[in-house]
Design a protein around this ligand. Structure first.
Ligand SMILES: Nc1ncnc2c1ncn2[C@@H]1O[C@H](COP(=O)(O)OP(=O)(O)OP(=O)(O)O)[C@@H](O)[C@H]1O
Ligand SMILES: [Mg+2]
Length: 345
């Protein structure tokens, strides 16, 4: 069975940090930061994606860099439309003649209003028929979980703005939830810790860099220091271009910052119905999403949740790979696209 019998077909993962688009038959053709830069007046964007990210990272003051998605949901509608329009055209390689059909991932816990915002933004950006799939289903498929088995896998998709959670079993997702806590919150915690402990104010792009340089939630034997740009020494009210910050204490801060998420997950597991708990005991917790790239996350989650934990092979790409699976082989997955939690609006 073919979901969209004519026209071009796209899969879109519109994330807080990254947008991925796959074109049917061609694989993932767009991987870009989820950012748009506007000049004065905010009519047309001056830069989108990686070009906007460069402006943000350099802190260029003449433009306003907007992140259209926050906490996994559309936060700035016009910016989202401008970005999607540009990326859809980039994915197709030309201006669309017929509106392309789209399979899009949405946060499991999105409200009706948030789903409408997603649908309307895609339509305004030129999409035709839209099929929505919840993120834990897409991430589970993209992580290569077995479709025909009784085991349960607790998907934990730790993105930039949110963590999507759901129990994947036999190709179905139950107990889907979105916790609005992700990698951005880890950056924010680092900014506060550096301000309080070292009297330094750093930018969010610097916090992101510091997190990735530390790269771990475990103490490393030879930590060292990394140069951080554009730092304000608060007491002296002095701005310095570059400042060496030790990374040895970063893992400890990250573990503390992950506490609210671990607490929420503990509760979600405790609150599962008995039948789901039994399925999960046969399976494992599966980590996907960019936040999972920190070393030692599997051990941290294993210790706290007392469950076997695996990290997916390409954490940043699981959602788009799962959407691509749905796009390419819908008949292998579902009867009319509904059985697996999809929802044609
Ligand atoms: N090497 C790395 N080490 C640590 N964190 C990383 C690394 N690479 C990316 N991240 C983090 O991963 C997050 C981005 O992940 P991802 O692309 O899965 O999010 P997203 O899908 O855009 O967001 P969401 O699903 O929440 O809307 C960011 O918070 C980023 O800091
Ligand atoms: Mg994501």
């Amino acid at each position: 069975m073919q979901l969209f019998p004519w026209g071009e077909q796209l899969a879109i993962d519109l994330g807080t940090a990254h947008v991925h688009i796959a074109l049917k038959g061609q694989g993932v053709v767009v991987r870009e930061p989820s950012m748009v830069a506007f000049g004065d007046g905010r009519r047309q964007p001056v830069a989108v994606g990686v070009e906007a990210w460069r402006l943000w990272e350099r802190g260029v003051s003449e433009v306003k860099v907007v992140r259209p998605v926050r906490g996994g949901m559309i936060a700035d509608f016009d910016a989202a439309v401008a970005m999607l329009r540009r990326f859809i055209r980039q994915a197709l390689g030309h201006r669309p003649l017929l509106s392309p059909s789209v399979v899009v991932a949405h946060p499991a816990g999105a409200t009706g209003v948030e789903l409408q915002a997603l649908r309307h933004s895609l339509t305004a950006a030129g999409a035709g028929q839209i099929t929505m799939v919840q993120k834990p289903l897409a991430a589970g498929l993209g992580a290569g979980l077995p479709l025909h088995s009784d085991e349960g896998y607790l998907i934990v998709d730790l993105g930039a703005g949110a963590t999507d959670i759901g129990l994947f079993s036999g190709g179905l997702v139950t107990a889907g939830q979105t916790v609005r806590y992700g990698g951005d919150n880890l950056d924010e915690t680092l900014i506060r810790a550096i301000r309080r402990q070292q009297g330094l104010r750093i930018t969010s792009s610097a916090a992101e860099y510091l997190k990735q340089q530390a790269g771990s939630v475990q103490q490393t034997p030879n930590p060292g220091a990394v140069p951080i740009d554009d730092v304000v020494v608060v007491d002296e009210d002095r701005r310095v271009d570059s400042y060496n910050i030790d990374v040895d204490w970063v893992p400890q801060i990250l573990v503390q910052a992950l506490e609210p998420l671990l607490e929420e997950l503990t509760w979600i597991v405790e609150d599962l119905p008995d039948s789901s708990r039994r399925q999960l005991e046969l399976g494992s917790l599966v980590l996907t999403g960019g936040g999972t790239l920190l070393r030692g996350m599997d051990e941290l989650f294993r210790e706290r949740l007392q469950l076997p934990v695996t990290v997916a092979a390409s954490p940043l790409s699981c959602t788009i790979l799962g959407l691509e699976t749905i796009l390419n082989d819908l008949s292998a997955l579902s009867l009319n696209g509904r059985r697996f939690g999809t929802n044609t609006l």
